[in-house]
Design a protein around this ligand. Sequence first.
Ligand code: DGJ
Length: 679
Amino acid sequence: MELDGQGAPLWRYWGPLLGKAAVPRRSIREERPTPSFSLDLDQPLSVFPTFGVGWFEQSALLAHRQGRRFEQFFTQCDVEWVVAGRSVRLRLRDALAEVAVIVSLKLDDDALTLSSELTNLGETELDVQWLAAGVVPLPGDADVVRSYGGRHISEFHPQDDRLHRGLWRRENRRGLTSHDNFPGAVVTTPGCTAHEGLAYGAQLAWSGNHVQTIEGLNDGRFQWQMGVWLAPGEGFLAPGGTLASPEMVATCSMRGLNGVAQNFHKAARARLNWPTGSMRPRPVSFNTWEGNYFDHWLDDLKAQAEIAAELGVERFVLDDGWFQGRQNDRSSLGDWWPDKSKYPDGLGPLIGHVRGLGLEFGLWVEPEMVNPDSDLSRAHPDWALQIPGRPLITARNQLVLDMTRSDVGDYLFSRLDHLLTEHPIAYLKWDHNRDLTTAGTSDGRAAYLAQVSATYALLDRLRTKHPGVEIEACAGGGGRIDLGILARTHRFWTSDCIDARSRVEIQRGFLQFLPPEVMGAHVGASPAHTTSRMQSLNFRAATALPGHFGVELNLRGLDQEECAELKSWIEFYKTWRDRLHSGAVWMGEGTDGLVWQAHGDVEAHEVLLFVTRLDPQTLRHSVPVRLPMLDHPSVYRVEPLRSGASAIEASGAWLASHGLAVSPMQAEKCRIYLLRRGA
Ligand code: DGJ
């Protein structure tokens, strides 16, 4: 960055690391004469461009005071180093517009974390329409932006758009992170592949409405902005009021998309807040949902827990259906005490049984929701987000509680606190099964933004009181996957689609941004409940294996052979989970329908490789799979695991350039190899 007199520092460069000596001492303005039909005040991209005084491209702030003071232009910039050369706070001030902005930038390893905070210094209300969390430059040859979206049971579909001189924009107005628009993207330059070339990535640490834009600039570069999408009125700042953005985490790599993913994984790992300070091996989970839905029979659940224990499961999660009156999805959300007909003596007997078998106990909750048909709603019909005169629009028969109300927050805290205090519950699965609409508070103001902050506050309050409890973030599967909620939780339920074939793609999208140890991945039933496709237990288990592994089917329906097979997969997961959940992940595509994924230490001394065939082979012979991340001069021993085939030895150069020969495979099959680097 270049200090620009009093204004916000100018962006000179963001890219692969440069030596200090490489930076020219000349100002960017000295390098570019004023073109024709241009203002004499040249304004290159700054870290916080503002509207109305010479900047024509997207600004980081849009605000006014009752139609006046629509422009901002900083008159003061104080640089405050938090850590020299690594973390800085830029204190910007515009004396005329009477606003102060703090732009924070922090560089950890390869992750650049940006955020901004705006304060209204004036004596009238300031109406803010846009406040960017961060603004970063992209080079002029930035070529394609890949963003991700989809829908419930079909998350993380990549969407490639060619960048151009105009504006690329993606917005989410669903109130929570959403299945539809993941708050992040990756950008490639020409020739960039999964493994090499210059790639960039950024994601917003926020679980609500969001915007991301990439705009072509006059000087050939691009600027990338992210921030919260503000509903009308959400940016009203009273005199002295402050609006703080969430963090934008950005990175770049010369090692292509995998380099970006690895940097993101490191950044996400640094944000995770584990109960004991560091991650313990991710326990094998058993979740009751797809195997039982709302049918909870105590003896039956106990029997399933016994089988789970026998198979090596370590955590039993009682999903939806346990609380008062909950027979289906039409009632009872909000009434967070055990259903008397299903659990006449409360949850104690089941929890005692599960723990007696040596398993942890986890419980599903959906705190932010209420069914109109519930005691809670009957007692407090005004607690749901609503706008007088507008229809109350339900989704899955439920409404959203106004989390900004202190009585709502206190009620939810007391119910959850009671459950966690009363019982040895080690884990909560925290669900959120609808988008937000008519999200108004009792005084008629939009509550989208405040709703997210209030949910974070409830999570923080609970975690302070119960620091040992792990939490899974779920919103109909992958509707709330982001770095914001990650700082308060320990696992994502990646998708309600457990069809292994669909999961391969969903998980690859997830892994572009977040590490495998927080990616909930289960062995589901065959046929899969959401697609009716049939898959072998082998394929289902191998696909779930790299993530935080679990089982979600009725174990009483398995025969002896299936139980033995599942047990051996659970043992296998336990053997390899440390390797799977630390270090680097590489993803690649082979020719003719093969995809692969490798987990290993960053130096690729030891790598666990998964080669998956999704569709039938079209060529007579299968094409070797190239593994470019291997060290060329080293010799690797490649051992096929869980197969009778014998190991081979080959140089890294051979495996990277010629590739690993993979014998023909049928569709929906996965092979696993262990690669160990020798001399
Ligand atoms: C949606 C979740 O994604 C499922 O796993 C399950 O917990 C259901 N909700 C329960 O209603």
